[in-house]
Design a protein around this ligand. Structure first.
Ligand code: C2E
Ligand code: CA
Ligand code: CA
Length: 253
């Protein structure tokens, strides 16, 4: 962390309403000096167990805010854009996440709409009270919260009425092959309808094929991301990607 070996890659997110890029999800990678590029599933659990998750999370938040600032000064000037940041349960533990995030945004003179935080139900369950306090504080400051991997884990419907969230992020497992598996399409349709009734935004992740994209488009107007559009990219590449895609509409038809 101190040697800046943990760098972010960014995966673009598209809004089917406008067919334009509206966001990027920050996904951390560790450029290990001997082992090469390591993916988060390999080292996030270790960071959590060894007490380093708060430092790592702080670095991720800082890099993400700097990224939006650069985009706001460049390609995305005057356009609505946010970076989606994954947070771990450890970051809720009495470390005043909300204060940190809000003051960082103020320092960079960015509106609170410039970032969204993504959290899983599993993370919230680890210490429900602590998580609810932090999430509520974040939302009171205007920062939107997405429930990640929705449909996996606990996914109790009762949480939907109690959790302070703004966005449902439908897990990739429901998107994969949804064009050929009717039960998956049915689940996404239902989740989309439920989210609408609860005034929650929807993001579908893991869109890999044109057929999956078309099926999603037939279900509803949501935000989408996945390898079909782009894998997560390092800063230089996402910057160029956004620059070139800014005025190009995605269209499967
Ligand atoms: P996630 O938040 O569900 O992130 C989506 C994962 O799916 C990413 O894996 C992304 O590269 C991958 N992905 C995106 N589009 C596609 C697709 O079309 N097909 C397939 N097969 N995969 C796709 P990645 O980068 O390896 O991240 C894995 C997990 O690690 C993330 O899952 C997230 O839970 C966690 N993570 C990543 N960065 C951070 C971070 O900064 N902090 C914390 N706490 N967790 C992080
Ligand atoms: Ca995520
Ligand atoms: Ca996810």
């Amino acid at each position: 962390i101190t040697e800046n070996q943990c760098q972010l890659h960014y995966q673009p997110v598209f809004d089917l309403k406008t067919n334009l890029v509206c966001s990027a999800e920050a996904l951390v990678r560790w450029q290990h000096p001997e082992l090469g590029l390591m993916l988060p599933d390999e080292f996030i659990p270790i960071a959590e167990q060894s007490g380093l998750m708060v430092d790592l999370g702080d670095s991720v938040i800082k890099q993400s805010v700097q990224m939006v600032k650069k985009l706001q000064n460049g390609a995305m000037q005057g356009k609505a854009f946010y970076v989606a940041i994954n947070v771990s349960a450890k970051q809720f533990e009495g470390h005043s996440l909300a204060n940190k995030v809000v003051s960082l945004l103020q320092q960079h003179q960015l509106p609170t709409s410039s970032i969204r935080l993504e959290v899983t139900e599993t993370a919230i369950m680890q210490d429900m009270n602590m998580a609810l306090n932090e999430l509520s504080a974040l939302r009171e400051n205007g920062i939107k919260i997405a429930l990640d991997d929705f449909g996996t884990g606990y996914s109790s419907l009762s949480y939907l009425q109690t959790l302070p969230i703004d966005v449902l992020k439908i897990d990739r497992s429901f998107v994969t092959d949804l064009d050929t598996q009717e039960n998956k399409a049915a689940i996404i349709k239902t989740v989309f309808g439920l989210a609408n009734l609860l005034s929650l935004d929807v993001v579908a992740e893991g869109v890999e094929t044109e057929a999956e994209l078309k099926t999603i488009e037939s279900i509803g107007t949501m935000n989408i991301q996945g390898y079909y559009f782009s894998a997560p990219l390092p800063w230089e590449k996402i910057n160029a990607f956004i620059d070139s895609y800014l005025n190009i509409e995605i269209d499967a038809s």
